[in-house]
Design a protein around this ligand. Structure first.
Ligand SMILES: [Zn+2]
Ligand SMILES: [Zn+2]
Length: 324
């Protein structure tokens, strides 16, 4: 089969013929995530044990007998506290397809030990639900109608979350640096947009006025987005850090304690979150914003993502297929 193989960090993926994996299913489409960029640039090589060569791609839709199935990409030991609570992404022995073993940037993939969920939709359109969709659903848990929510960033997960937040009836403020993506956020239901030229928190603070945020969802997670962010929370407000740009968060004890603030990290979500994402999609309440590229165009998709040209999610489909 044809596969896009990572052989060396920082280099384009190699499109080569490799043997079909055993127990494999046909790949319908696989989304290109920011996580893939971190991996292929070698930025996560300290945190994640990667053995090269590897086929990346962890946002996978497979096809069986003409039907699309989305792959829940995390597998844990099954016995620890995290696994038993349905959160294998926090298992110490976490295994993610397309990260710890070969994934979906290929014509076939072995998903025989993973949970699959059927979806009514084409692989190329629905693949983003398998990772971005799960994370978006997981990151908005507990937010209710009327909450004022700050969304930092305008990547795929943020844009999916904006739609979920609109559904909840929250008041959604989106901060970003890319005008086209901010415009998309507005189309998808954001109430207020803040175009940031400097520090996200300074620009947000300058716009929000006296009433601050009940929740801030940081889908970037850089030094720049995290700086001073807790100051923008209402009393008992919650900061959720979802993005993984390696930033550092500082908070004064007085601020944290006297205002009863909450801070949480959010990594991916549960299988139930995947089912929820599918339900929203099938009900027409969640657009996946998929932008198709063929497997042979994967390096173009990667450079487009790096250059901020992708509004939504780049999705890679095997060349033998037609998009749709
Ligand atoms: Zn991802
Ligand atoms: Zn476990």
């Amino acid at each position: 089969m044809l596969a896009a193989v990572l052989t060396e960090f920082g280099k384009p993926l190699s499109l080569v013929e490799v043997p079909n994996p055993s127990n494999s299913m046909k790949v319908g489409a696989t989304g290109l995530c920011h996580g893939d960029l971190h991996i292929l640039l070698g930025e996560w090589s300290w945190d994640i044990r990667l053995s090269l060569p590897i086929i990346l791609g962890h946002e996978i839709a497979v096809v069986k007998e003409g039907k699309t199935y989305l792959v829940y990409n995390a597998r844990g030991c099954g016995n620890c506290k995290a696994c038993k609570s349905g959160n294998p992404q926090y298992c110490e022995r976490l295994n993610v397809i397309g990260v710890h073993r070969d994934g979906g940037f290929a014509e076939r993939v072995d998903v025989s030990d993973l949970l699959l969920a059927p979806v009514n939709g084409s692989p190329a359109e629905t693949a983003p639900l398998a990772d971005a969709g799960v994370t978006a659903v997981s990151s908005v848990h507990g937010i209710i109608e009327g909450d004022r929510v700050g969304v930092l960033g305008t990547g795929a997960v943020a844009l999916l979350s904006v739609q979920l937040l609109r559904n909840i009836g929250a008041e959604v403020w989106v901060v970003g640096r890319n005008q086209a993506k901010l415009k998309k956020a507005k189309e998808l239901g954001a109430d207020e947009l803040v175009f940031s030229k400097g520090e996200y928190s300074t620009d947000l603070s300058g716009s929000v006025g006296l009433r601050k945020f009940d929740f801030i969802l940081d889908y970037v997670g850089s030094d720049n987005t995290l700086r001073e962010l807790p100051w923008l929370l209402e009393r008992t407000g919650e900061l959720r850090v979802v993005g993984e740009f390696g930033g550092e968060l500082k908070i004064s004890e007085q601020l944290l304690v006297l205002r009863g603030l909450r801070i949480r990290g959010v990594l991916y979500g549960t299988y139930q979150d995947l089912l929820k994402a599918i339900k929203f999609y099938e009900a027409g309440k969640l657009k996946t914003l998929a932008l198709p590229y063929s497997l042979k165009e994967i390096n173009t998709a990667i450079s487009d993502l790096m250059e901020g040209k992708i509004v939504g999610r780049a999705v890679i489909y095997p060349d033998s297929d037609e998009f749709g």
